[in-house]
Design a protein around this ligand. Structure first.
Ligand SMILES: [Zn+2]
Length: 136
């Protein structure tokens, strides 16, 4: 029986597409893919200093699932540091209340109601925008 994947609530997408190490010769290593929900778990537990119970409720997952996501996030961050690999954020199983978009010109991240159906950046009016839901 395939396990049903429940979506994990993420308040906002990461404010970056990725991180690159510098001062290293290991530039050919493949990037580590950090899922949005892993970023969120790390943020809630280690940045917002929430306990796992609060954090799991916020993300709408069980404590066991939260612990697993959090462990995976920490493992990936450690791997990225030790192996000097790039970090790339990818959508994963995240669920966001609002539809987030990224402007490829001014790099703003902004929300847009589904009903708006506009395809321009809220800040610079560029049409070079992408949805953060479907792309990496
Ligand atoms: Zn813009």
């Amino acid at each position: 029986m395939p396990r049903q994947r429940r979506l994990r609530k993420v308040v906002a997408p990461p404010k970056f597409k990725g991180f690159k190490p510098y001062g290293t010769s290991n530039s050919s290593a493949t990037a580590i893919e950090l899922l949005y929900e892993e970023y969120e778990a790390l943020k809630l537990a280690d940045y917002d200093m929430m306990n796992h119970k609060e954090a799991s409720e916020l993300m709408n997952v069980s404590r066991a699932t939260f612990a697993r996501i959090y462990e995976s996030a920490r493992r990936k961050m450690a791997q990225a540091l030790v192996e000097t690999r790039e970090i790339k954020t990818v959508y994963g199983n995240a669920e966001m209340d609002e539809s987030w978009h990224l402007c490829n010109d001014c790099h703003a991240r902004f929300t847009m109601p589904e009903s708006a159906k506009k395809d321009t950046c809220a800040l610079c009016s560029s049409t070079n925008i992408e949805s953060l839901k479907t792309t990496n």
